[in-house]
Design a protein around this ligand. Structure first.
Ligand code: FAD
Length: 474
């Protein structure tokens, strides 16, 4: 028997938590699903199980998640952790897998609050054991209290790189170097955006304090770094990079890479939502109105999944989507929706004040990346940058054609790890912006699941939709 809800919320980070809590409190039948075992999302990962020491380590920006999760628990939202959504349909149906069993359920509205992911940038040696994302190290620390051993190098760009460095410093980890690809001279447009950013000074104060602490600890910190290479035969042994034309070498047991975060858009793309290319930040996001409604009436986007604005903004965006849906379902009139939304919109505007400055400071530039022919681009299918350039040499001109011929983006991660760089490589070769080179098509299942699980599924009242519904997508 299929299950039907008023609203299904996918993702229980700040956006999903605020949306699901508010809608449940309003008396709606809401189901919140998340592939993590516990609510919290990326920033508040495992905050319920953190304990005092971990709460102190990650500071007040982490502890605030406890209030949000407690409110969610107190509201008694129907919640399933360890539940991976692998298909979303525009008519409000979804498929998800939990404990080895897949189910197909439906709702009047879906809020996809799937957050952000680290921007994957392939560098030479990034597949070696000992190289991982800085966000992944952050996740392991929050999830399991793990601390890296040995010498650590952090490389890339963006506030989260420095945040991770400052956390490692507090833990007493030996940081061999911080290698930032950010330009030596701040971009001109960051200067013009500084006065507005100063009106939302808390974030800037936090960043400046972090930088000061890293400097005080004497950690070698370079900007304008290029050509980062992870060295080693079977595992990482060192890191090489150039700074102002000079080659630097560092011994390292762990290299943490981070090149900023981009919206996690796979669900929107698989459902067929209209996507927009942000030329400055070089990422795709789903087109939506100020409530988060996509081009599909029933699908809403909330949080970093529809543009990376951080945890506080994510929480507000979740509330706005919930208010509009509550209004659509007749729980509140438009006037009440607007009254309740007013302070949220004001808080959102206040929170966004520093954002243009941060974006200008850390906006990725194609010149920051060098893609070498020998570098493995698609880790799932073992496709190199050179393999891609070879088919371009042969006349292929579109991203999905490159995918079909090389299998780049066809593996279990469905292009999550190679897609953004593939677009940059194709765009660079054809002298086009990546959006003109196309966007990888995403098909269900979004996450690998055994065929036996699909075969055993109860399709509910919708039946089989004429048979091959799993594959019958654009
Ligand atoms: C690895 C990483 C670490 C980060 N750490 C920090 C930090 O320490 N401090 C900070 O200020 N910002 C951090 N950020 C940025 C931070 O993620 C956001 O600002 C904030 O968490 C956004 O909230 P959200 O609700 O939009 O999404 P998130 O908090 O990212 O929550 C999204 C949730 O959706 C779930 N989800 C995604 N796809 C599916 C699916 N198919 N099925 C089921 N569930 C799904 C995920 O498991 C996740 O729990 C981090 C980002 C990343 C990528």
């Amino acid at each position: 028997m299929s299950r039907h809800y008023d609203v299904i919320v996918i993702g229980t980070g700040p956006a999903g938590l605020s949306a699901a809590t508010l809608l449940t409190k309003m008396g709606l039948n809401v189901l919140a699903l998340d592939e993590q075992q516990r609510p919290g999302g990326q920033i508040y990962r495992n905050v319920e199980g953190a304990g005092e020491a971990r709460l102190n380590l990650f500071g007040p920006d982490y502890s605030v998640g406890l209030e949000l999760v407690n409110e969610f628990r107190a509201a008694n939202v129907n919640y399933e952790g360890g539940a991976s959504v692998w298909q979303v349909e525009a008519d409000g149906r979804i498929c998800y897998s939990k404990d080895g069993k897949s189910s197909r359920i439906s709702a009047n509205y879906i809020i996809a609050a799937t957050g952000a992911m680290e921007r994957p940038v392939p560098i030479e040696g990034w597949t070696l054991p000992g190289v991982m994302g800085a966000g992944a190290a952050n996740n392991l620390a929050k999830e399991a209290g793990l601390t890296p051993k040995g010498k650590v190098v952090l490389a890339g760009s963006g506030p989260l790189l420095l945040l991770e460095a400052s956390i490692l410093l507090k833990k007493g980890v030996e940081i061999a170097a911080i290698l930032e690809t950010t330009d030596l001279i701040p971009p001109a447009d960051s200067v013009t955006k500084l006065p507005q950013a100063l009106m939302g000074w808390k974030l800037l104060y936090k960043g400046t304090t972090m930088l000061w602490e890293l400097q005080k600890a004497g950690i070698p910190h370079y900007r304008g770094v290029r050509n980062i290479r992870a060295l080693g035969a079977d595992a990482l042994s060192g890191v090489e990079a150039t700074v102002k034309g000079e080659t630097l070498n560092f011994d390292a047991d762990l290299l943490l890479l981070h090149f900023g975060v981009i919206p996690n858009t796979h669900i929107f793309r698989q459902a067929g939502c209209q996507m927009v290319w942000d030329e400055k930040l070089r990422y795709w996001y789903p087109s939506c109105d100020s409530w988060g409604r996509t081009n599909f009436e029933k699908i809403f986007a909330a949080g970093d999944g529809c543009r990376v604005h951080g945890a506080v903004a994510a929480r507000h965006k979740g509330t706005l989507a919930a208010l509009e849906i509550a209004c659509c379902l007749g729980m509140i009139p438009e006037s009440e929706r607007d009254d309740l939304a007013e302070p949220v919109l004001k808080a959102l505007r206040q929170d966004n004040l520093p954002r243009p400055f941060i974006d200008a400071m850390y906006a990725p530039k194609p010149s920051h990346f060098t893609f070498e022919n020998e570098t493995v681009l698609c880790r799932c299918e073992n496709v190199t940058v050179g393999d891609v350039r070879k088919v371009l040499d042969e006349g292929v001109r579109e991203l999905n054609e490159v995918k079909i011929i090389t299998r780049c983006g066809m593996g279990p991660c469905q292009g999550r790890m190679c897609g953004p760089a593939l677009a940059e490589i194709v765009g660079e070769y054809l002298s086009l912006e990546p959006d003109q080179a196309g966007l990888l098509v995403v098909r269900p299942p979004l996450k690998p699941i055994p065929l036996s699980e699909v075969a055993a599924m109860d399709l509910g009242d919708g039946g089989t939709d004429g048979g091959n519904w799993l594959l019958d997508k654009k």
